[in-house]
Design a protein. Structure first.
Length: 88
């Protein structure tokens, strides 16, 4: 399954670092954040298969984030815990 941006449908991504998102969300790391080259949307990747797990941004809430990978079905425990706590 090819990664596709939820926002624009783009398919070209690159790994990026975002110190603000890393400080705000404990599940964002130097190696799991990808940027859509077409629209700039940022996503964390699945620890199991590397597919796009869910979009992340500064105004993220529990209703706008997935904890289960749409590609392989693996649940990210850190994201699931964040959702369970009600977000940031």
């Amino acid at each position: 399954m090819e990664d596709k941006c939820d926002e624009c449908g783009g398919t070209i991504f690159r790994i990026v670092n975002d110190s603000i998102l890393k400080r705000r969300y404990n599940f964002v790391t130097d190696t799991n954040l990808k940027l859509c080259e077409d629209c700039g949307a940022k996503y964390i990747t699945c620890k199991n298969c590397g597919a796009l797990l869910t979009r992340v941004h500064l105004s993220l809430d529990v209703y706008g984030i997935r904890s289960k990978c749409p590609s392989c079905g693996t649940e990210d425990p850190e994201v699931a815990e964040w959702i369970k706590r009600g977000g940031g």
